[in-house]
Design a binder for this molecule. Structure first.
Ligand SMILES: Cc1cc2nc3c(=O)[nH]c(=O)nc-3n(C[C@H](O)[C@H](O)[C@H](O)COP(=O)(O)O)c2cc1C
Length: 233
């Protein structure tokens, strides 16, 4: 699989089979992902991989909290601006409409939406969960490094025939996650990454992207260098 194919075929998969993830494949991916770049080569990611009993315990405990309507622990970082402005607001709402629309969930059906969101804490059925932490002393640049690391992992997983879904949702119940993982006190949970084989029978929507011209400005010679890549939808 070449890099373009890996990028194009990666998406947030939210329905997995229970087929276990081969340990050797995971180790290949995580060993290769150590080559991810980071400012000053700090490599600020701290990663835990859960399968089997610890993952079952985590799913059970977080699902219990979610089902009880528990709003979660004090937030350790802001997931989104409180009032995203245009065009972010519209992009987020369009993605949600596409995602829930594919599941047959109407906009006003908040109960069905909540149930779909609660599937986060079952890892959407995935048998493997990677949890990515960062030292609380780190700044914005190191948080960006975590994004690069996770994207590298997600692309390498595609090369192994695996899929994934990045999940900030785990940060909502970070205390329960910490009860199971027991990370050092100085670490903050950024996100989880559910990993597994896709359940191909499940409906899904491919989420579009803004046209290239909305997010990229060419200055200088490259501005006359040709039509470039068409925007995907
Ligand atoms: C850092 C990060 C956190 C995310 N958190 C969640 C999450 O908690 N739950 C979820 O269902 N999807 C989550 N997503 C998936 C995004 O919703 C998804 O990537 C986006 O809508 C684009 O869709 P696509 O990845 O299928 O192209 C997250 C993605 C990223 C990169």
């Amino acid at each position: 699989m070449d890099v373009y194919e890996a990028v194009a075929s990666r998406r947030a998969v939210r329905s997995f089979t229970d087929e276990s993830v081969p340990r050797a494949a995971l180790e290949r991916v995580l060993a290769a992902a150590t080559r991810s770049p980071s400012g000053g080569n700090l490599q600020p990611w701290h990663v835990y991989v859960l399968t089997g009993a610890p993952l079952a315990e985590l799913k059970e405990r977080t699902c219990e909290r979610a089902e009880a309507g528990d709003p979660g622990d004090e937030r350790q970082y802001r997931m989104y601006p409180p009032e995203p402005k245009s065009p972010y607001r519209e992009r987020r709402s369009a993605a949600a409409t596409r995602r829930f629309g594919a599941l047959g969930i109407r906009r006003e059906d908040m109960e069905a939406r909540r149930a779909a969101v609660a599937a986060n804490w079952r890892c959407f059925g995935a048998p493997c969960l990677l949890l990515c932490y960062i030292d609380r002393d780190m700044g914005a640049a190191q948080w960006a490094d975590l994004g690069m690391y996770l994207q590298t992992v997600m692309l390498l997983l595609r090369a192994e025939g695996l899929h994934s879904c990045a999940q900030m949702a785990w940060s909502v119940y970070h205390r329960t996650v910490a009860d199971v993982v027991a990370p050092p006190e100085e670490l903050v949970l950024f996100a989880g990454l559910s990993i597994g084989f896709e359940d191909r029978s499940a409906p899904f929507a491919r989420i579009g992207r803004a046209p290239l011209a909305e997010t990229v400005t060419f200055l200088g010679d490259s501005a006359s260098g040709g039509p470039g890549q068409p925007a995907s939808s």
